[in-house]
Ligand binder design. Sequence first.
Ligand code: GMP
Length: 330
Amino acid sequence: MSEYDVLCIGNAIVDIIARCDEAFLEDNNIIRGAMNLIDVDRATLLYERMGQAIEASGGSAGNTAAGIASFGGRAAYFGKVSNDTLGGIFTHDIRAQGVAFDTRPLDGNPPTARSMIFVTPDGERSMNTYLGACVELGPEDVEEEKAKGAKVSYFEGYLWDPPRAKEAIRMTADAAHAAGREVAMSLSDPFCVDRYRDEFLELLRSGRVNIVFANEHELLSLYQTSSFESALDAIRKDCRLAAVTRSERGSIVVRGEETVPVDAITIDEVVDTTGAGDLYAAGFLYGYTSGRSLADCGRLGSLAAGLVIQQIGPRPQKNLRYEAEQAGLL
Ligand code: GMP
């Protein structure tokens, strides 16, 4: 018996979200559509320049865990916050969604991570992340029983930025595999892939990672090619199961010789793309751990991703189980 469907591991971050125009990104040297890492001084500067904002719990894998719980799945989370206001908000929100979250918080220093997210009129999000407490996540935070008891352990590629989180991932993956479980990862961001390309390829090729989530840009970055077809062929060989998202063109799931194209849902207006990939992974992994076909896993991913981009903030306000039932997917 498994205790959890999915254990998610990631940088525990509170998002601070505001709209801006295109010029703002250029004037402030923010790479559009990317996750930009910032230090505390730049965080202060950007916050001073930011317009009226709203705060919402985020963190890529945290959003995935919250999404899985919203579908009715059993989710757990490892991530480091501090004992401060933002840490309290993060902890409240993820637990209120029904996710088991017991990572010991820091005593206040460094403070809980925050990402200042600027959303341009087209709905694209450009993130500026101060990692704060996340730099302290390490092997001492691995709750082995949770890793052994989860059908899938899923982590973000972003965890290669803080210094010791990768050690926690290796421990978790080994515990999971020893218990006959599977390990999944997200490639997170094309620039993150560029920073850790060789290590990510090694994770896939060594079999430490069994399932990979990537968007088109991350996949092309991984293989340093401009050809989607050749990148897809490469990932097929490097990883047992891959789900590649392509914004409004939906996603493609590949497993060996199998190729499953999945449509995106029809969207009225893209409000804020924050969380699209995270919620795609949530839907997919909820479906996967409940034994559904790859096509249905992809459809559940499309539904959750499509809902989260029609609202502000990275965690769906709607109940995903209800929405999936209404859509005839559950
Ligand atoms: O990016 C992950 C997923 O989010 C995609 O596979 C789509 O399901 C969804 N998505 C992201 N951007 C868009 C968009 O612009 N339009 C639509 N319809 N879906 C999107």
